[in-house]
Design a protein around this ligand. Structure first.
Ligand code: CP
Ligand code: NVA
Length: 309
């Protein structure tokens, strides 16, 4: 029996759902993944349309949402800044009103979080954050699902974040506070996480380390990301110098627990934020992590449109 949502829900940051809802989503994603692997049809979103709006580049987010929506029986419209009126300064509010009259669901990858919030305020349909400067909730949804698949419950565990205090780091902090694990954060000076930007209530669920090796000590999961995120390309050369010691290599992984996993949201730069021996090594689960984007987002789209099934 469907419990279709009575009120419009958006997924703009990780804290938009409760721990109980995440429990449901992880179970649902596992079921959806099993059906996909068994070539079993799963078509709850027949006649539903997803609009995907990309203001930044993407491989995984584009393919996982597009393939996922078709596999759910729905269809997809793909827009970019360059090929729509969004790039010609049509107000975001007007775009939201128009697009959301024609589709059932919208996914947006953009710059400031305020932009996706303005879109959501004027949308008649659920809006999903496909990455902003501040957050990347769909990625952390996939990462935690991947952790659970490999190691079980993440509650009480330690995640080491090595690198930029960016959208991924902020979202890890939100997830830790909500789901009850700890993040050890090590970022170069000037690139630290900001609790206010991350939007978390207290500092209880994370610890700051100036030394990335110390951040990895005893960790169950070591994770990193590019030194320069999309939108910050002008800082690339300066960042390469500052981030040189924040490269996840074998000695850093050796500080973590022997069965620690390595994750990276990808795309990766071998020899910069991670050495090839780590990302291509036995502790790395990056390919499962990338694939799982599709399975968790199928569960997410189904939940936003139909509620618990
Ligand atoms: N991890 C991720 O979001 O990848 P894309 O930029 O390729 O979508
Ligand atoms: N922090 C990176 C993630 C890419 C998926 C960026 O924002 O570019």
């Amino acid at each position: 029996m469907s419990q279709a949502p009575k009120t419009l829900r958006h997924y703009l940051q990780f804290t938009d759902f409760s721990a109980e809802e995440y429990g449901y989503l992880f179970e649902r994603a596992a079921l959806i993944k099993r059906k996909f692997k068994a070539y079993e049809k799963h078509h709850p979103l027949v006649d539903r349309t997803l609009a995907m709006i990309f203001e930044k580049a993407s491989t995984r987010t584009r393919v996982s949402f597009e393939a996922g929506m078709y596999q759910l029986g729905g269809s997809v419209v793909h827009l970019t800044t360059g090929d729509s009126q969004l790039g010609r300064a049509e107000p975001i509010e007007d775009s939201a009103k128009v697009i959301s009259r024609m589709v059932d669901l919208v996914m947006i990858r953009t710059y400031e979080q305020t932009k996706i919030e303005r879109f959501a305020t004027h949308s008649r349909v659920p809006v999903i954050n496909g990455l902003t400067n501040e957050f990347h909730p769909c990625q952390i949804l996939a990462d935690i699902f991947t952790y659970i698949e490999h190691r079980g419950d993440i509650r009480g565990k330690t995640v080491a974040w090595v690198g930029d205090g960016n959208n991924m780091a902020n979202t890890w902090l939100q997830a830790a506070e909500l789901l009850g694990f700890t993040v050890h954060v090590s970022a170069p000076r000037g690139y630290e996480v900001d609790q206010d930007v991350a939007g978390i209530r207290s500092s209880e669920s994370y610890k700051i380390f100036s030394n990335p090796h110390e951040a990895c000590a005893g960790a169950d999961l070591v994770t990193t990301d590019v030194w320069t995120s999309m939108g910050f390309e002008a800082e690339n050369e300066a960042r390469k110098k500052v981030f040189a010691d924040w490269c996840v290599d074998a000695p850093m992984m050796a500080m973590a627990k022997p069965d620690a996993l390595f994750m990276h949201c990808l795309p990766a730069h071998r020899g910069e934020e991670v050495e090839a021996e780590v990302i291509d090594g036995p502790q790395s689960v990056v390919w499962d992590e990338a694939e799982n984007r599709m399975h968790v987002q199928k569960a997410l789209m189904e939940y936003l449109l139909l509620g618990k099934l």
